[in-house]
Design a protein around this ligand. Structure first.
Ligand SMILES: Nc1ncnc2c1ncn2[C@@H]1O[C@H](COP(=O)(O)OP(=O)(O)OP(=O)(O)O)[C@@H](O)[C@H]1O
Length: 227
């Protein structure tokens, strides 16, 4: 099976003032295409930092990341943005919907900006899949957290990404709503054949994935495959 993500000897630190804080040490792992993968570990262990590096949102101090057959360190910022737009989807803990756009527009407008003529049709189809056809013209402020995350799921799959990064997708939801969002996420993911990388504190959610990477103090302490 092809590797869609390959991380080698990754190190990352943040600098504030004269202080340097190293948060990731010698990170090595790979993810096969179409698998589901969780990154777990205590608060502050570097999960979100690692996710951001893998998705090309930030740059490491050293080491390499190959994503969708591209070495991220060799891409310009513009090339990186094109790769993200075309091949990568994102889901965030706080949904990150644009408040001035309706549910349908939150899905369709990014597609229109990429020149997709079928944007509204795709948006409507996806809203139906997440059970929100009747809320298409509502704004995020008129939707519950679970509903907003369902719109965010629809948006994340709208450009048919090869890989989807989800950072604590259930973090702002109660457990029952979180479970429903997770079921929907796995359903959409299976249908689309996307690779799914999830950062989570939720061990029940992590257990639903096929590989779990456990971080502690910025280092990998476990990399367990169940396939
Ligand atoms: N932009 C930044 N500047 C300085 N330090 C940062 C920055 N972002 C994160 N950190 C620090 O890096 C460490 C790792 O943070 P990160 O958010 O990756 O951890 P995490 O495992 O995702 O934590 P949590 O589960 O609490 O979200 C923490 O000590 C954090 O304070």
């Amino acid at each position: 099976m092809a590797k869609i993500l390959n991380v080698r000897n990754l190190e990352k630190s943040y600098t504030s003032g004269t202080k340097k804080l190293q948060v990731l040490y010698d990170i090595n792992f790979e993810v096969e295409a179409q698998k589901t993968f969780a990154i777990v570990g205590p608060s502050g262990s570097g999960k979100t930092t690692l996710l951001g590096l893998c998705a090309g949102l930030d740059r490491p101090d050293s080491g390499s990341i190959h994503l969708c057959n591209e070495e991220l360190g060799k891409l310009s910022e513009d090339e990186n943005a094109v790769l993200r737009n075309q091949k990568v989807g994102f889901i965030f803990q706080n949904f990150q919907l644009l408040p001035s756009l309706t549910a349908l527009e939150n899905i369709a407008v990014p597609l229109e900006l990429q020149g997709d003529k079928g944007a509204t049709r795709i948006g409507k189809e996806l809203l139906e899949k997440v059970g929100l056809s009747n809320r298409a013209h509502h704004y995020p402020s008129q939707l519950s957290g679970g509903e907003q995350q369902r719109v965010a799921l629809a948006r994340a799959f709208s450009n048919r990404p090869s890989i989807l990064f989800a950072d604590e997708p259930t973090g702002n939801l109660d457990s029952e709503t979180g479970e429903k969002v997770v079921s929907l996420l796995f359903e959409l993911n299976k249908e689309a054949g996307t690779t799914l990388i999830i950062v989570t504190h939720d061990l029940e959610l992590a257990k639903k994935t096929q590989q779990i990477l456990r971080l502690k103090g910025g280092r990998i302490v476990e990399n367990e495959k169940t396939w």
